[in-house]
Design a protein around this ligand. Structure first.
Ligand SMILES: Cc1ncc(COP(=O)(O)O)c(C=O)c1O
Length: 367
């Protein structure tokens, strides 16, 4: 019998969440961001469910090739552009649109021999100071690109550092607006947080939004808002089973480092899931978990292959009982990945991307 742990990917929830992105910005087109193997969900698994997107955005050329192999003929955008000149050949062959965020990428394009001019997204650094040309250099870069026979159409993009928080996007919008005022071309600015929180502003939603985390059932601005607030559905469930139970006496401790001490007699369950499955090792005692669909808590340290949970409220739980680490219990109860991530001091993004290769993954047709 295989070890009792699996992950489920909920296809209908992906489709629902994509529809939510569309509804938030009805007159804009939506890139489904599927970098990092669709945020850990698997591009091949997520593809059909996200097929209604206007395009797919990602980083890795191998993932772009995978999408073409899956039969996707529509737009694909490389969010970081090409990493070396010869990548441009693949862009020509697979008809990939690519971001241009630095002068070197323009130099490479100028030397590239192609019969098929490229669609590029010129990226501005509007304050995040990660990728992108500074506002003062943006217009000159646009003029250079515009003069290249290798370039067909130039769109303009930027990425917000604070769309999910109180600092907001006003400063970046001002910088971007000032530097692009009379430049032609489509615009793309919004990630999930900006789509949901600021998408009602036409200048912000612009022509294309780049929706990532919201497609995968995580609220980009948790804990300010949760997925119920944004009407998003969980797309990944991590489920395991109890493989043992222990009766503790007052004063007994649990796990490595004896980090949890029973204050009174209590029963705990041992779950077939640990940090080698992608469960966060830093999740403290108290982190929520569902046993047979009933909410309880982690007790003691997360170890490589096991976690331990409080069965105080679950007298009927036995070896074999279902444990939902995040996502949906069979009986329907739900534990948002954001709650687990928050308890562990991280974000839903990290947990879904860290799902370990040893966990079998099943595509669940229903949500
Ligand atoms: C350039 C760019 N656009 C869009 C996204 C999608 O962001 P999110 O997953 O927060 O929607 C990312 C992700 O980091 C990104 O780097």
């Amino acid at each position: 019998m295989p070890r009792p742990i699996e992950a489920l990917i909920h296809a209908e929830a992906l489709t629902h969440n994509l529809a939510r992105a569309r509804a938030a910005v009805p007159d804009a087109r939506v890139w489904a961001v599927v970098k990092a193997n669709a945020y850990g969900h698997g591009i091949a698994r997520a593809f059909e469910a996200l097929r209604a997107a206007d395009g797919f955005a990602l980083l890795d050329l191998a993932e772009a090739q995978q999408l073409r192999d899956l039969g996707w003929r529509g737009p694909i955008l490389l969010l970081e552009g090409v990493f070396e000149p010869r990548d441009l050949e693949l862009c020509s062959r697979l008809n990939l649109w690519h971001t241009v965020h630095c002068e070197a990428q323009i130099d490479w394009l100028a030397m590239h021999k192609t019969h098929q001019p490229h669609r590029v997204f010129l990226k501005m650094n509007s304050g995040m100071n990660r990728l992108g040309l500074r506002p003062a250099a943006f217009r000159a870069a646009w003029t250079r690109l515009n003069a290249l026979p290798q370039v067909d159409e130039i769109s303009l993009m930027s990425h917000f550092s604070d769309a999910d928080g109180d600092r907001g996007i006003a400063a970046a919008m001002q910088v971007f607006g000032d530097a692009t005022r009379d430049l032609p071309g489509e615009r793309s600015l919004c990630n999930s947080a900006a789509t949901l929180r600021h998408g009602d502003d036409a200048a912000v939603r612009a022509d294309w939004v780049r929706a990532g985390i919201m497609l995968y059932g995580s609220a980009p601005d948790f804990p300010a808002h949760d997925i119920a607030h944004w009407n998003l559905r969980p797309t990944m469930t991590l489920r395991a089973r109890l493989i043992g139970t222990q009766e503790l006496q007052a004063g007994d401790t649990v796990g490595y480092g004896s980090r949890f001490t029973a204050e009174a007699p209590m029963r705990i369950g041992v779950v077939a899931c640990g940090y080698a499955d992608g469960y966060p090792r830093h999740a403290p005692s108290g982190t929520p978990v569902l046993v047979d669909g009933v909410r309880t808590r982690l007790v003691g340290r997360v170890s490589m292959d096991m976690v331990t949970v409080d069965l105080g409220a679950l007298p009927h739980a036995v070896r074999g009982s279902e444990v939902t680490l995040w996502g949906r219990a069979s009986a329907g109860a739900m534990l948002p990945i954001d709650e687990v991530a928050h308890a562990a001091g991280t974000v839903g993004y990290e947990l879904m991307c860290a799902l370990a290769a040893r966990v079998p993954v099943r595509l669940d047709g229903g949500s």
